[in-house]
Design a protein around this ligand. Structure first.
Ligand code: Z5A
Ligand code: MG
Length: 227
């Protein structure tokens, strides 16, 4: 059999409670990796904000998908969508990006992903009448992250960073149910990272961990989530 000389890309996800710094850190990670000549792309779920290898357009809000637009209207309260239906839309948004993600990974590009199926489950399962098992079904089989870094912040610290209340889901009682759901989703791929640090301190911490994952990825097969 052929021995491959180069390794595949690593699929690395940042999850965490609101305002824990996921988006800030994802962008800094991609920039730092690219500066070190390590191929890396930024993905963000929900998909209105998916900007691949173009961190500037993130600020302009140019690239999107139809499903991402629907989710965005829902989160901004311009549009109501039935709870089960919106759960499936969040999942569909991940599936529509799956072929592109796999091509990048196989091509040796590392993906730094801002939220993933864990957010999907944690948020919907915090609603009345939903359970975690039902919520997991549509995301079963998605590419399995090689590492999930969960940015942990106390709710009091998180609340000081920005005002809660504007977008859907931004209420503290809802957020505490969400964080309990995240606790239930932890598995062997997870590392909990203390996010109560300066942006730079947290960046250095994460960059070291991310490089470690990338250096050890080799060509091990990409797994399937929750199988
Ligand atoms: N959702 C869902 O229901 N189902 C799904 O499948 C998925 C998502 C994928 C929007 O997500 C909503 O969608 C979210 C979950 C739901 N609902 N809520 N709530 P989003 O990812 O677009 O949410 P966001 O608007 O980006 O907020 P966020 O993710 O919670 O924030 P963050 O990315 O973790 O933090 P940040 O934007 O980098 O920083 C937040 C603020 O803190 C900002 O003012 C920073 O300047 C400041 N900051 C950042 N780092 C620091 C440090 N270290 N010290 C001090 N201040 C800091
Ligand atoms: Mg964010």
């Amino acid at each position: 059999s052929t021995v491959l000389s180069s390794s595949r890309g690593a699929l690395i996800v940042l999850e965490g409670c609101d305002h824990s710094g996921k988006t800030t850190q994802c962008k800094k990670l991609v920039s730092a990796l690219n500066e070190a000549s390590i191929k890396a792309e930024f993905y963000r779920f929900p998909g209105k904000y998916i900007y691949i290898n173009d961190l500037d357009s993130y600020h302009r809000g140019t690239r999107t998908t139809a499903i991402g637009e629907m989710i965005s209207g829902y989160l901004g309260r311009q549009q109501d969508i039935e709870d089960h239906a919106v759960h499936l839309l969040f999942s569909a948004n991940r599936w529509e990006l799956k072929p592109k993600m796999l091509r990048s990974l196989e091509d040796g590009t590392n993906l730094i992903v801002d939220r993933y199926a864990y957010s999907g489950v944690a948020f919907t399962a915090a609603k009345e009448g939903f359970d975690i098992d039902w919520c997991k079904q549509p995301d079963i089989g998605l590419p399995q992250p090689d590492a999930v870094f969960y940015l942990h912040l106390n709710p009091e610290v998180a609340a000081k960073r920005a005002t809660f209340g504007g977008e859907r889901y931004e209420q503290t009682d809802f957020q505490s149910r969400v964080s309990k759901n995240f606790d239930n989703l932890q598995d062997s791929h997870w590392t909990i990272v203390d996010a109560d640090k300066t942006v730079e301190e947290l960046h250095e911490d994460l960059l070291e961990r991310v490089k470690d994952v990338i250096n050890n990825i080799g060509n091990k097969p990409i797994g399937k989530l929750w199988t």
